[in-house]
Ligand binder design. Sequence first.
Ligand SMILES: [Zn+2]
Length: 343
Amino acid sequence: MQMDYHTVKNLPKVELHCHLDGSVSLAALESIAAEEGNPFPTDIRKFAGMVRVQPDCGSLDDYLKCFQSILPYLQSKYALSLASFDLIRQAAEENVVYMEVRFSPISCCRRGLSCEEAVGSVLEGLKKGEKIYGVKSRALLCLMRGDTEENNRLVVETAHDMKSEGVAGIDLAGSESSFPPENYRSLVRLALDYGLKATIHAGECGSAENVETSVQMGASRIGHGIALQKDTAIRRRCAKANIILEMCPVSNFQTGASTDWGAYPFELFWKEHVPISISTDNRTVSNTNLTEEYMLLGQKYRFFDYNTMLQLNLTALEHAFIPEREKEELSAKIKGAYQTDIK
Ligand SMILES: [Zn+2]
């Protein structure tokens, strides 16, 4: 269906899967570089080419390389607070009313910050963002595939310690092909025992079995889950267990999780009532935003309309890592706007 860009942009949205490091704007990175006397290694145009994924990228491992150019600028309290505030500003511009911001604190501790300081700085930026722009948010802390057991344990402990300050859960990110989910079973268990929620990147470029293993480990949400298209039985079991897939269409094509729209499983999942939501994954690295993602779906699928968009956002909200009371408030706000704002 032909949807109007400004209507899509202005309708309230919920975003569950957004990485802080992959989404900090170039302008914010420039401010950080200037403030900290840490200039970009090259001019801004070339630097933009280093942090945005290139058209010939076809693998998750290549995609992840972009982050290596960004992370040197996210190593101080100032930088992390500014980056997370900047992300909320971007969210507010397209009326995201609730957002979960994920990041790997260990990746931000290369110049002396403690894990707790890194997380505290991000939470400060998020809170400032809520105060100024009215966008609610929570942080999710990423355990990294391939990192040490000690570091990943520290992330779980920090998530536990800072739960009351705005950390809602953990994620498992990084190269899925090299590090299967079961390697992290005991750490995910520990997080759940602490009352945290878990989402796991699975079935992005790996197998449907990785998704099922992640669910058995206690993940209540799955990052991407594209590989579920390959296995009807596992897909049905996940849907029955009300596991939501956090789909990120633009990113899914860039990482090679999907290679052509005819094979992209959005329609299959939607028609089979597999719970799904739409997110950007990485606004800067993928050069996208949530409005663009919905517009793209509207262009690719004839059945996709504002009501589809409403349902996707309500499903996302239902699976958000926040208390029911907050969900009810946001749900009323979203439903009200879809009634009045669609002309
Ligand atoms: Zn992701």
